[in-house]
Design a protein around this ligand. Structure first.
Ligand code: NAP
Length: 253
């Protein structure tokens, strides 16, 4: 059983894992946050905030704080920190795993268009609709800033920084969201196309059901690949087992 687990956080799974480990006698758990969200919800266990200064800084941190196991539970699109984690863990000789929830897959009735990047989504948008719900997060909106003539509803946890598309309405909200709420949002703003990252998970998937019910097209930005050689588990229970702690904490997911 590891004495000190570092979780790279910023996701629901990271929170669940931290809660399970904090309740476990003899385990010290630290969650690391990037510091992007102004007021993150309280977390069980210890919390540190801000970048490590690249893979070397993270490796130093692992050694200095005697970390026995590293769980990268960051968002599937946080590719830099995941690459850093893999390198730093190798460098410091600390066992590491990536907790990567499965991506979303379309079902009957879905009108999904896969794109490899935000830039590709921006390029495809004008052919699909004029009133856009953009749920790709407040960073990266510059990819859409040149799209005059389209109306954007941008939903994010914190207010987005410019540059933004000229005709933008910002909706501040934090998931999880419900199908009824998402349907109401799409209807209220007369949205005719949705743009999302392939985040996966249940907390933000209601918009996909709402879009299907309303027969709206969805541009899905696919994930960056995992670094070569990275070991991955799909959920909290998988991370729990990888840590050698048995079947899973009381907070599965
Ligand atoms: P990123 O591009 O992969 O990371 C950029 C830099 O931010 C990293 O090199 C690292 O700086 C620092 N960083 C990122 N995550 C960190 C963490 N958990 N603890 C300490 N430093 C961290 O990441 P991002 O896409 O900006 O995401 C930042 C955070 O937001 C992540 O923790 C992620 O889980 C969360 N998040 C991201 C998304 C998304 O769509 N990207 C969505 C929801 C939540 P140093 O090199 O200085 O160490």
């Amino acid at each position: 059983m590891p004495a000190h687990v570092l979780i790279l956080g910023g996701t629901t799974e990271a929170r669940r894992l931290a809660a399970g480990l904090a309740a476990r006698p003899g385990v010290r758990v630290t969650t690391s946050l990037a510091g992007r969200v102004a007021r993150p919800a309280a977390l069980p266990g210890e919390v540190r905030t801000g970048g490590f200064g690249g893979p070397r800084g993270l490796a130093d941190w692992l050694r200095a704080h005697r970390v026995d196991a590293l769980v990268d539970a960051t968002h599937p699109f946080a590719a830099s920190i995941t690459a850093n984690a893999v390198h730093a863990a190798r460098d410091a000789g600390v066992p590491a795993v990536v907790l990567r929830r499965p991506g979303w897959r379309p079902g009957p009735g879905d009108r999904w268009y896969d794109v490899p990047s935000l830039a590709a989504a921006a390029e495809a948008l004008p052919g699909l609709g004029r009133r856009v719900l953009l749920t790709t997060g407040r960073l990266g909106l510059a990819a859409f800033a040149h799209l005059d003539g389209l109306h954007f509803v941008v939903r994010s946890v914190d207010p987005p920084d410019p540059p933004l598309p000229r005709d933008t309405r910002v909706v501040l909200a934090r998931g999880p969201f419900t199908v009824a709420g998402e349907t109401e949002l799409l209807r209220a703003h007369r949205v005719d196309v949705l743009v999302t990252k392939d985040s996966g998970g249940a907390a933000t998937s209601a918009k996909l059901t709402a879009a299907r019910d309303l027969a709206l097209p969805v541009l899905v930005v696919r994930r960056p690949p995992l670094p070569e050689g990275a070991r991955a588990v799909p959920d909290v229970a998988g991370a729990w087992q990888w840590l050698g702690l048995g079947e899973g904490p009381d907070t599965p997911g």
